[in-house]
Design a protein around this ligand. Sequence first.
Ligand code: NDP
Ligand code: DGY
Length: 329
Amino acid sequence: AACEPARFSVLITRRVPPKAVRILSTSPLCEVQQWDSDDPMPHAELLSRVPGLHALFCLLSDRIDEEVLDAAGPNLKVIGTLSVGYDHIAVEECKKRNIRLGYTPDVLTDATAELTVALLLATTRRLFEAAMEVKSGGWSTWKPLWMCGQGLPNSTVGIVGLGRIGCAVAERLKPFGVERFLYCGRQPKPEKADRLGAHFVPLPTLLAESDFVVLCCSLTPETREMFAEDAFRKMKNSAIFINTSRGAMVDQDALYSALQEGQIAAAGLDVTTPEPLPTDHPLLSLKNCVVLPHIGSATVATRTSMSILTAENILAGLQDQPMPAEVVL
Ligand code: NDP
Ligand code: DGY
């Protein structure tokens, strides 16, 4: 690596809560430049701004691949991503180059779990479909058989990936009268599961027995397109599929067919491929599919905490100190 400069050069790739910018720009250690826009920095612009950089404050919509790391060169010491997911970053390449990676676990767990529950309730009780009927004049009278959903009492909820968010979702769903929680993952998590009364089962069992399948795991090569035709075929016809993790875990063509053919009852998605989902995408033509624009962590307090944590991760990394939240590479 190059020798230590008088000031570290830091790039923030988007307009972010101002507190985070202040933390970095008022530090005597940092020389900060920012792409001060709500729109993403074009990839070519990113490539042109990274050479010589010491720290990169990035977002999940920035693709930090080998090309970006090569362009940045040997000065780059630390990347801080404003997210808990880091599938947009070439982590093996970071490891090879001794680049440290900070992320934002925990501070967004409550907000994301809350949104997951909101999406699940909105989907099972058909809230968006019903609200649309009010606007379009489809509400003729109170009808006993109209707009009925399933609801949560006495249901079985299957959580795929009982991590921080998966646990927080189960905790929030419990008071709604869920009868049974199932979960799957790489290995059982007895401590967390006992507290929730959740049972570890293989994925095919979870798919076959759950009324709600909630995808809460991280995107890795193993989980990419984990939900394809075969998975939807194993689910109940009355099942609801919820995804607030990453769109790439789902084969969207297979999901569309499963929803259209009644293989499953409904889906609620906060994440898609690509993002944004084109407005003419077939999934958006379905009444039984609710799509939100990746707003899991979108509360003012959460986004502020995430950006402060990202700035603190970067400051710690630049000074070779332990980061408040570092990905072990
Ligand atoms: P955690 O690391 O706490 O949880 C991820 C879980 O995924 C772990 O339990 C992990 O199990 C599990 N997992 C990994 N591989 C597999 C697999 N092959 N099969 C089943 N489970 C697997 O992360 P968080 O709960 O904090 O966040 C989870 C994800 O949610 C993030 O990676 C991000 O993509 C997404 N997210 C989306 C948001 C939104 O705005 N919609 C907001 C925040 C997060 P193990 O412990 O065994 O590795
Ligand atoms: C994350 O943190 O990974 C989310 O997708 C956005 O908060």
